[in-house]
Design a protein around this ligand. Sequence first.
Ligand code: HEM
Length: 533
Amino acid sequence: MSAINASELYLPGIIAIFSASLYYFLIQPAILSPLVKVPKAHWSCSISPAWILRARFDGRENRTLYEAHKQLGPIVRVGPNELSINNIEAVKTVYQGGFDKHQWYSVFDNFGVPCMFSSVQGKHHSARKRIVSHVYSKSYINTSASLAAQSDVILNSRLMPLLDSSTSESQIPHGLDVHSLFCAVAMDFISAYCFGIRRSTNFIQNKAYREHWLKLYTTRKGYGFFAQELPLLSKVANYLGVNLTPDWVTATNRELESWCKKLSDATVTALQKAENVTPNTADDPVVVRAILSGFEKEKANGPESPIYSTAILQPELSVASEVFDHVLAGQETTGVALTYLSHHLSQSLDLQRLLRTELLSLKPNLSLQQGKIATSDSKQLDNLPILHAMIMETVRRYAPAGGPEPRVTPSPSCNIGPYEVPGGTRVSASAYNIHRDENIYPDPEKWDHTRWLSAEAVDRSRKHVDKQFWGFSSGGRMCLGSNFVMHDMKLTIAAIYSNYTTHIVNDEGIEQTDAYTGHPKSNSLYIRFEKLA
Ligand code: HEM
C-alpha cells in the first residue's frame, strides 16, 4: 500500500521537475526568449553559458569576442542570458543609461564592505561617489597644492635620483625594470593623495617591499574566476568542504587588505588628532579627509542613508575599503600604460625627439636644474598636444582596463539597438573591442599617436576619435581617477623625456595578456636610461 502511494507521488513530481527544467533551460531561452533574434556567437549560447565561460577561464575572452563581433555585428548573444555589445550607440544606451552593475563586481568588496567600484545598485553608488568625486575633478587636480607638493617629493626626491643612479657604468648593462618601477610610481602617487606623503608608500625607493607586494598582487590575479563567474557553485563547493579558490589566494588577499588597513587607520587617527595633516601640504591626506567629512555629513540622513549600515556604522572599514580600491585601481593600470608608452618611445629616437621638443617648450620646462625639476604647472602640461596624443593612443591600443564591463538590463525590458532585451540580462562592452573599430581607428593594432593629431582628426573626425575612446569607460560609472591618472602619467613622462633618452634592453614577454586588466605577459620591461648631454 505504502509503495503504491510513494510511486504515485514520485512520478508526477519527477515529471513536473523535468518539464519545468525543459521549459526553463531549453524552451524558454532557445525558443521563447526575445534574445533569440540576436545573432549567437556559438550554437550553444542560447542554452548554455559554457562557451563564454570557457573563453574567460582560458584567458581569451577579449579576442574571442572580437572575432564574434567581426563575424556577427555589434550585438551578439554569448549566453542564454548574456549579450556582448560593440558599438558606441549601444554603449550609450547601457552605460549612459545608468544600468546597474552586475553582481560580478561584488568580489571587489574589501573587508566585506562595498566600495564605490563594487557597489551594484545605483543609489548606493551615487551616495559614495558624491562624497569623494570632487577631489578627483580636473579643476581640483590641476590646482591642488597638496598634489603639487606630493608630486614634487615623488619626482625630485625619489624618481629622478633613481634614474640618475641607473646611468652609472655598473648599472648600464642591466637597465631598469620599468614595469615594476612605473607600478611603484603610480602607487606612490595615488597612496600619497589618499594618505598624505608621510603615511604613504615609498615603492620607488623601497624595491624589496615593492617586489614582495607586486608578487602578492600579481600571483593572486586570475584566481577570481569561480567566485566571480560561478558564485553559486563556489558557495556549494565551499559548503561541501571544497574550496575552488586556493587557500593561499585568500591568505594573500588578507595580507594585502591588512597592509592597506594599517595605512588607512593611521591616516584616520592622524586626522582625528589633527597631527601632521596640514591642508595644502604634501602630508595632506586629501582623499581620506574628503571621505571622512562626507561620512560626517551623511550621518544627518540617519538610517535613511543608503550607506548607513556601512559608512555610518562601520566608518573605519568603509574608509579602508574605499581607499584600498583606489590604490589597487590606480597602480597596475597606470603602470601598464606607462610601460607600453615607454616601450614605443624607446623604439624610436625620432619619436623621443619630437616629444622632447614639445616638452622643452614649457615655461618653465622640466629639465633638471641643480638636480631638480619644476613640477608645478599642471595646466600647461595638460595642454601639450603630442604628449596628450601619445598617452591617449597608448590607453587606446593597450587599454589597461580593457575587458568587458558587465551591467544588468532594467526590468521589465529595454531596447538595445534593434532588439528588445528582457530585464536582468547581463550586457557588456569592452574598451578592447570598442578601440578596434576600423572605421574610427584604421589599422587598429598599430600604435600611431598621429591619429589624435592629424589635420583630419583635428578638423573633421577628431570628435569621432574622442567619442569612441573608452579607456576610462563612460557614464555614471566611468573611472573616478581619470583626471588624476592623466596628470600623474603626463608628469612622469615629461620628467623622464625632458632629461633622458631611453633604450630597450629586454622586452621579452611584452605582449599584453587577455584579461579584464591586461598587463605584459612577463610583467617586466627592461629599459636603459641615458642622460641628455
Ligand atoms: C590608466 C589608468 C586607469 C585606467 C585605464 C582606468 C580605467 C577604468 C575603467 C575602464 C573603469 C570602469 C570599469 C568598469 O566599470 O568595469 C574604471 C573605474 C574606476 N576607476 Fe579607474 N582607471 C585608471 C586609473 C584609476 C585611478 C588612478 C583611480 C584612483 C582613484 C581609479 C579609480 C577608479 C574607480 C573608483 C572606478 C569605479 C568608478 C565607479 O564605479 O563610479 N582608476 N577605471
